[in-house]
Write a protein of this length. Structure first.
Lengths: 248, 248
DNA sequence: TCGCATTTGTGCGTATTTGCGTGCGTGGGA
DNA sequence: TCCCACGCACGCAAATACGCACAAATGCGA
């Protein structure tokens, strides 16, 4: 049996019954549990099913423990982002104070963060904060006005709070990445929070898929040299050669 | 059976009947009460159901209660809370700056808030903030450390932020209400936020069902005279007579 | 046939889940 | 007043599931 066929078989089994266990699949398809697990991982990444502890369920049913799938589904650069986040998450060190910017990429990053000794995470997004707390992380939220669209906190309170902190490292998303125009965002207020938070961070990382290179959004929040970029996929040659660009 | 399926089964059982006990669930799903309890905890944290003493109820039953014409038997406080929240919500005036404390009663209050001109709501709960934003309210969140259990923000940042504000009116929940011991809460840090926020508010309202009268929690956050209490149900005569108690 | 990449199975250490026992507090009856 | 049933949190131990590394098997092109 072809591996591809096996994947399809798994999907249809899941669709039919709603959920299956790993041993069930292994038995039915005549392979070991390890292989099934690897298959489930593949299918989960492709968002064809949802992998859960013990087996897999259809996406519709999966919203109990994993409610990220909705946002993730709309995402084309999925595999790349996955790798980017895994790489970025490995940069967090024990006993550090870490800033996490709002945005969909950083939200995904949270799922990859390891459980280390004595790490505190600070974020400007209530959504990110909830995810962090759910994962058992020590979490601090900036104050400020809540922007309904992005669930990010902005305004003088957010700025004043972040101004008192000094982070060991931090992760930001960016709508535009260009050598001349630097890192850019669509909103003035959010850009301000990004700018100030970066200013108080020792090791700065922008995590982004390759599609953002060469793009320019209305408001600049940092120079191109101000952060190390962790990216993946078809990075333009011009950027790939730069020494603050890490392609995974 | 997958753990994930079990969680889904619990949710649908709760949805169907409105409420269900732990032994019922354990019997129906073939697991022990311990496991059920852990599941309920998970689901409660995910806000899929509301965990109550002895079992679980649907969120509608516990919070919204818009259209529960059927099965109104259980939860006596439910109807009371509805009336309390409706009365409290009517106290918000246009062009005001309003504080909303964390807690389940104030969460319900949010559903009743009218859409008025130029009102800004400030809260120490990320959950409340999300609901407010969802309803289209201008929303500000205090900063600070996020307590996973209550989704409330505490610590010096929360206190520093609230210290800069002055509210026209505010609404608090209270775990204990007693003439001598005043208003009390179970947690020191949360009590601090309550105390400071009250200090900066002109018109202070505590909203609570009658069961809290005479109860005393570990930490006091205000004197009995410091707020007007909006309540309903079987209020002890001693309290009913007080002029800062409004029974609806 | 050889070399190389990919896939699959196996072993092992770690995490998670689950059931069970214990102790605590509460709220009735006897 | 004592006692018991009940619900619940906590900790422990067994079973299970998991991820990872490495080896074996397989597939494929030269």
């Amino acid at each position: 049996m072809l591996a591809e066929d096996r994947l399809n078989a798994i999907v249809s089994m899941v669709q039919q019954t709603g959920s299956v266990t790993v041993p069930e699949l292994a038995e039915a398809l005549g392979v070991t549990a390890s292989t099934i697990r690897r298959d489930l991982q593949t299918l989960d990444r492709a968002h064809r099913i949802a992998k859960v502890h013990g087996g897999a369920t259809s996406l519709e049913r999966a919203h109990v423990t994993r409610d990220l799938t909705l946002n993730e589904r709309s995402d084309l650069h999925n595999d790349d982002k996955e790798r980017i986040c895994a790489r970025a998450a490995a940069l967090v060190e024990p006993e550090s104070f870490v800033y996490i910017d709002s945005g969909s990429t950083t939200l995904r990053l949270i799922e990859h963060l390891p459980h280390l000794e004595d790490v505190t995470y600070v974020t400007d997004s209530v959504l990110h904060a909830q995810r962090l707390a759910l994962r058992g992380m020590r979490t601090v939220v900036l104050g400020g006005e809540l922007k309904p669209e992005t669930e990010a906190l902005v305004g003088p309170d957010a700025l004043a709070t972040v101004d008192r902190y000094n982070f060991n490292c931090g992760f930001w998303g960016s709508n535009g990445i260009a050598a001349e125009q630097g890192f850019t965002a669509p909103d003035i207020e959010e850009a301000q929070v990004k700018r100030i938070s970066m200013r108080h961070t020792a090791k700065r990382f922008v995590i982004s898929d390759a599609s953002k290179f060469g793009m320019v959004a209305p408001v600049k929040f940092a120079d191109f040299r101000d952060a190390t970029i962790i990216t993946a996929g078809e990075v333009p040659a011009k950027y790939r050669a730069m020494d603050n660009v890490i392609t995974v």
